[in-house]
Design a protein around this ligand. Structure first.
Ligand code: NDP
Length: 246
């Protein structure tokens, strides 16, 4: 069961792992846990100060020295993606793991009143970016002997419901992309899966449920097992599946 997976301390040794949205919340916890298991982590996010704090915490814990690649995914165009991929190519020559974790909630509103510009931005960050970034990273992933791509799903995929707007539509799109890619990448054997984190104590969750008792939510550090499972060699051959982190 990936939720209770206990990796060896060096399970991710020498694996190059790109995590989007590693500056906060779930991405930050997964980045720290991957580094603690030997991964060479590439920290993507928007807020450089927060990225540097994650970098410092990994170094302080004697993890492999990570890299920082800041990029605003709302604004990034082809040149910025090419620069990001070129930086990884120069430093590592390959990519073993790509985690699409960065995301935005958008607004909670009925479709009838949903702000069109916000819909576009949310669809872009949550669904278009994973497409573009996957396409741009594929040449580097193909150089890995054991590549893994992980998408971030949500409870709104199995249980669609009112007022989730572009967040719901984008998570369905991202899940569809995951399934399609798993089929397309069966040869050369790049596995593609998704994880639904469940209810996790982060800023996004607070934004979605402002009145909720925070004590009832999982700490992001407590839900990393499924991620480490899909990042490492123990999930070899598993593809096109949706996992729950809790
Ligand atoms: P947080 O809001 O805590 O973190 C979001 C991360 O995404 C931050 O690192 C943020 O970077 C980054 N990000 C957002 N927008 C951009 C952008 N335009 N450009 C670059 N980076 C950006 O969210 P969570 O940790 O809660 O969520 C992580 C993932 O998990 C999301 O895909 C979310 O949909 C999913 N999820 C979360 C659940 C939960 O209960 N928390 C439940 C189900 C799914 P920065 O801080 O630098 O702006």
């Amino acid at each position: 069961d990936p939720r209770t997976y206990k990796p060896a301390t060096d399970a991710l040794r020498d694996r190059v792992v790109l995590i989007t949205g590693a500056s906060d919340g779930i991405g930050r916890s997964v980045a720290r846990a991957a580094a603690a298991h030997g991964a060479q982590v590439v920290l993507h996010g928007r807020n450089v100060k927060r990225l540097e704090a994650v970098y410092d915490s990994i170094v302080a814990a004697n993890g492999p020295r990570p890299s920082i690649l800041p990029l605003d995914l709302e604004k990034a165009g082809p040149a910025e993606y090419d620069a990001l991929v070129a930086a990884m190519e120069k430093e590592f020559g390959r990519l073993d793991v790509l985690l699409h974790n960065a995301g935005m909630l958008g607004e909670r509103a009925p479709v009838e009143h949903y702000e069109v510009a916000k819909w576009m931005r949310t669809m872009h960050v949550n669904a278009n970016v994973p497409f573009v970034l996957t396409q741009k990273c594929l040449p580097l992933l193909r150089r890995s002997p054991d590549a893994s791509i992980v998408f971030t799903s949500s409870g709104v995929v199995p249980r669609p419901r009112a007022f989730w707007g572009a967040y719901l539509a984008s998570k369905w799109a991202s899940e569809g992309l995951m399934r399609m890619l798993a089929d397309e990448l069966e040869q050369p054997g790049i596995r593609v899966n998704s994880i639904n984190p469940g209810k996790v104590r982060t800023n996004m969750r607070l934004q979605a449920y402002p009145a909720e008792d925070r004590a009832t939510l999982a700490d992001p550090d407590a839900i990393v097992a499924a991620y480490l499972y899909l990042f490492g060699p123990d999930s070899r051959g598993i593809s096109g599946q949706s996992f729950d982190a809790q």
